[in-house]
Design a protein around this ligand. Structure first.
Ligand SMILES: [Zn+2]
Length: 195
């Protein structure tokens, strides 16, 4: 599959399918993390979802997406699917993706971004405290899956696609910055354990 075409499609799904759901979720008091599942064959969307930790602290964007996926009456096999996460999955979510049988995931923001730009340090703290790993210390290519940073794919894309994707990247960053500010301003009122 053409990596540049895939990156362009994943950016579109973040901007047009995940972000509108996340804006609604943040308005209710949830975190900014979202995810989606697409078919490898034609890159069509199976479903998108967003964080719902107010209902259950395990409903991270990724796990909430998987919960909805397994509620579908019929669904493709996970071997035929792409898993997209707006943020590099935490250890719970990367395990959930593994147990569900995906052989890949793609993400927009890194663990370091979650800590530095979103004031959500929990992914890296869990990696360090539970597993003794420094940032980036997990195996991104292993027997189960390959982890792919969208940033690397955009950086490797030819022009003029790269320029177009970078403009879209900035729009997406701006939207997340607003949503993050809104979440952080209201989070002292919620009872999410790691908020
Ligand atoms: Zn997670």
């Amino acid at each position: 599959m053409d990596a540049s075409r895939l990156a362009a499609r994943l950016l579109d799904v973040i901007e047009h399918d995940i972000l509108p759901l996340t804006a609604q979720g943040v308005a209710r008091g949830n975190k900014v993390f979202g995810a989606a599942i697409l078919r490898k064959s034609d890159l069509s969307l199976v479903l998108a979802e967003t964080n719902n930790e107010l209902e259950n602290p395990l409903w991270h964007g990724e796990v909430h997406t998987l919960k909805r996926f397994y509620e579908m009456a019929s669904r493709p096999g996970t071997g035929d699917l792409i898993f997209l996460s707006t943020h590099e999955p935490c250890t719970m979510c990367m395990s959930a993706i593994t147990w569900a049988g995906f052989d890949n995931y793609y993400y927009f923001f890194s663990h370091e971004d979650s800590r530095d730009a979103f004031a959500i340090p929990h992914d890296l703290r869990i990696l360090k405290e539970v597993f003794g790993l420094e940032p980036g210390g997990y195996r991104r290519h292993n027997a189960f899956w390959d982890a792919n940073a969208l940033a690397d794919m955009v950086a490797a894309a030819p022009e003029p696609e790269q320029r177009r994707m970078k403009a879209q990247w900035r729009r997406i960053l701006d939207t997340y910055a607003e949503l993050s500010t809104r979440y952080q301003a209201g989070k002292s009122d919620n009872d999410i354990p790691l908020n």
